[in-house]
Write a protein that binds this ligand. Structure first.
Ligand SMILES: [Zn+2]
Length: 260
């Protein structure tokens, strides 16, 4: 069995026996791997803090050729995810890990996806800015990840016939069809929601510009609407609600309650 070096993000850890762990890693070189880390939770472990959730690390892993678990031989911490003053930033980080898990198959390398996720985690680590920007950064990251996974929602044209949609009033958004629908194509479709013009414009701006999340000025209502659209879109894509998704939405709602 040959050992491989890889750059990895720790996206899940599950206890295995008293002192070991099964670690899910998203690696730049090999995609998602599940590896046994023997003695990971001993006080003097060879892995130290490298296997903390959302850490970036260099790993040495013995890859199994069959379906079994890989064996993690070494993990060296490169950067740890620091929880700063914003709980939402931590939830955002956890959500990125969940997206990596659900959007990829095992051992399917996706370098661009790795780089995108790592960049977002670096932004969210020890975050000391405004929570509004975390919401828009997370949506920007989701739209990028969807694009890389081949599931980018159509925001400009009709997802069914490709017709360019005129920007007037609300847009029909087909969750099962992958985006906007023209009047003709929306007939008889299931799981169609009506999206405001402002939310469509904001989504488009986040999808098209790398840095618009930093300056996008939208109301809490529009942020909430975008969050709800993304949650529903992923639920249809994956076949279930994502675990962290409600936490992102509830942070918007709890703020609304506090300010009213
Ligand atoms: Zn159409």
């Amino acid at each position: 069995m040959a050992a491989d070096n890889a750059q990895a993000i720790v996206i899940r850890t599950v206890p295995f026996s008293e002192t070991s762990a099964v670690v899910t890693l998203f690696t730049r070189e090999f995609g998602k791997l599940r590896a046994l880390a023997k003695g990971a939770w001993r006080q003097k472990s060879a892995f130290d803090a490298a296997l903390d959730l959302l850490s970036s690390c260099q790993v040495l892993v013995f890859r199994k050729s069959s379906d079994g678990l890989d064996l993690l031989a070494e993990a060296r911490l490169e950067s740890r995810f620091r929880v700063g003053s914003s709980l939402l930033a931590f939830h955002g980080g956890m959500y990125v890990a969940e997206l990596l898990d659900v959007l990829t198959a095992d051992a399917d390398p996706q370098t661009e996806l790795f780089d995108n996720a790592e960049k977002t985690l670096r932004e969210l680590s020890d975050y000391d800015g405004h929570d509004d920007q975390i919401q828009t950064l997370v949506i920007r990251t989701e739209l990028e990840m969807l694009r890389m996974a081949g599931h980018a929602p159509m925001l400009k044209g009709c997802a069914e016939c490709g017709m360019l949609l005129e920007n007037r009033g609300r847009t029909a958004f087909g969750m099962l069809d992958g985006g906007s629908l023209c009047i003709g194509c929306r007939r008889g479709k299931r799981s169609v929601v009506s999206v405001s013009t402002d939310a469509m414009q904001a989504l488009l701006s986040l999808a098209e510009s790398e840095n618009s999340w930093r300056t996008l000025a939208v109301s809490d209502a529009i942020r909430g609407e975008m969050r709800a659209i993304m949650n529903t879109y992923f639920a249809h894509l994956v076949g279930r609600r994502l675990k962290i998704a409600p936490l992102l939405l509830s942070s918007l709602r709890s703020r609304k309650t506090r300010s009213s």
